[in-house]
Design a protein around this ligand. Structure first.
Ligand code: PA5
Length: 478
């Protein structure tokens, strides 16, 4: 069944304006129509690669079908979320990387910005926390504010072998046991269908832990629209059908093969052209506190997907650009000076909002002080939007490339569009670079060294190698 009316969906369309990327608007530092034409063949190839391989589990492209193939799962999640809301005072996600950034982004985007501080009657769900680190101080702080026996812990890990998540699991399950709580009643696992240690743990509990599947062909950073993100969102009372409908809508908007008619392909092509020009920094700057964590989620998606040493032909390419998170207007007073006058090594993507959820009129006052009095009679929405436009304009005037993605409003449907836009953009960019977008071989060595340092069986040689590595003299030891 279609989500809301066609008119409503069209009124909620997320748009992309890339005029300030172009030489016609910003002068010699911009992209020319000729350059856009030159990239067309690569863009066509990328479009066809994504189109032809949609849904392929062996290529980790199962994420493309998530907006369409989850009806039964969504119904189950909504029913489970209802029970969780009735039974628990707190909901804690234990996960890291793709298993944490998405749930936190959606929470921040679609819930009250002070959600946990609201009275229970003003919240749709339990207090909500996403724990994605193994800083002992943070873990202790969490334990100071929750009651573990009244908490549902959603352990999210495809592999069940991620040291950080499994450390959290060990600590929490031990606390629950000590409190005499049946661990299986306070846990939900989101994990692989057939493999992974969480399944073994569940076996030890007689298969009694509620489980959701992180589908085979969906990698962590592309998993927000599967149970990884849908369960936490549903617990918060978020319209998860709206998220999926938004993703499907964006998928439809990106069904055309030309840069001019496919916003994700346009963004990927712009990023690709600027990458080739050596612009190595890719700033994402939402002008909305609700969208602040979209930048965190996007940074992982972009960095882990595109930062690759080799391409499919075995060439050393050291691909990727460095994503940077920035927040409008806050970072106008921190980073924008550098963006406008520093090296020509950045592309800035703004996320703008046409209509904020709340309006805040600015009263008249300080009439004798023109620096202040001009603000009176306006609204905070007018101010933030003016500053957004002014920053884009000032960058363009300085010959700095920037483009703007606009959400008519922030809701589940527009957020779903935004996520899918970025996922498609990343997939197209990876295909243009001829790299494997879906693996992360670079993080393995660090994981192995951690295993060795903590004495994991089988890593004895590595431990010796690390402990005998020369220390060098360049240290200050007083
Ligand atoms: O994008 C990815 O695949 C990673 O960031 C993973 O999400 C992260 O490493 C956690 O892995 P797992 O789900 O196996 O615990």
């Amino acid at each position: 069944m279609a989500y809301k009316t066609k008119e409503w969906r069209n009124a909620m369309r997320v748009t992309v304006d890339y005029n300030y990327m172009m030489a016609s608007a910003i002068g010699e530092n911009g992209i020319t129509d000729k350059q856009l034409k030159e990239v067309k063949a690569k863009a066509d190839e990328a479009f066809n690669y994504v189109k032809e391989n949609r849904g392929r589990d062996d290529l980790y492209m199962g994420w493309t079908e998530l907006p369409y193939n989850q009806d039964a799962i969504v119904a189950d999640i909504i029913a489970t979320a209802k029970e969780i809301r009735k039974k628990f005072k707190y909901f804690v996600v234990l996960g890291i990387g793709g298993s944490a950034l998405g749930p936190n982004m959606v929470f921040n985007a679609l819930c009250h910005l002070r959600y946990n501080e609201l009275a229970p009657s003003k919240r749709k769900g339990p207090k909500f926390y996403v724990e994605d680190n193994v800083d002992p101080v943070r873990m202790a702080a969490l334990l100071d504010v929750i009651e573990p026996e009244k908490t549902c812990f959603n352990v999210i890990s495809k592999s069940g072998a991620t040291s950080e998540t499994m450390t959290q699991y060990l600590i929490i399950s031990d606390i629950l046991k000590q409190k005499g709580v049946n661990v299986e009643e306070n846990m939900v696992f989101t994990t692989d269908a057939a493999r992974g240690n969480l399944l073994k743990i569940d076996d030890a509990f007689g298969g009694k832990i509620k489980k959701y599947v992180l589908p085979d062909g969906v990698g962590g950073r592309f998993s927000e629209l599967c149970p990884v993100g849908l369960l936490p969102a549903a617990v918060l009372g978020i319209d998860i059908k709206g998220l999926l409908a938004g993703a499907a809508y964006m998928d439809g908007l990106c069904s055309k093969s030309t840069i001019q008619r496919n916003p994700a392909l346009a963004c990927a092509a712009l990023q690709y052209i600027t990458m080739q020009q050596g612009k190595n920094i890719n700033v994402l700057m939402p002008y909305s506190d609700n969208l602040k964590l979209v930048a965190d989620w996007y940074c992982q998606l972009w960095a882990e997907s595109l930062g690759k040493a080799q391409d499919y032909d075995g060439n050393t390419v050291n691909a990727g650009t460095t994503p940077v998170k920035s927040l409008g207007v806050t970072d106008q007073h921190s980073q924008v000076q550098l963006y406008i006058e520093g090296p020509y090594d950045k592309v800035i993507t703004f996320i703008s909002v046409d209509e904020y959820a709340t309006e805040m009129p600015i009263p008249h006052g300080c009439e004798g002080i023109p620096d202040v009095s001009f603000l009176g009679g306006h609204t905070m929405q007018e101010l933030i939007q003016a500053e957004n436009k002014a920053t884009a304009y000032a960058l363009a005037q300085a010959g700095r490339m920037n483009y703007t993605i606009t959400l008519p409003k922030i809701n589940a449907f527009t957020l779903g569009q935004l996520m899918f836009l970025f996922e498609l953009q990343t997939a197209y960019a990876g295909a243009m670079l001829n790299i494997n977008t879906y693996n992360q071989p670079g993080v393995e060595n660090g994981k192995i060294a951690t295993f060795a340092l903590l004495g994991k069986k089988g890593y004895e040689e590595k431990r010796k190698e690390i402990s005998s590595a020369p220390q060098g003299d360049y240290r200050y030891i007083v």
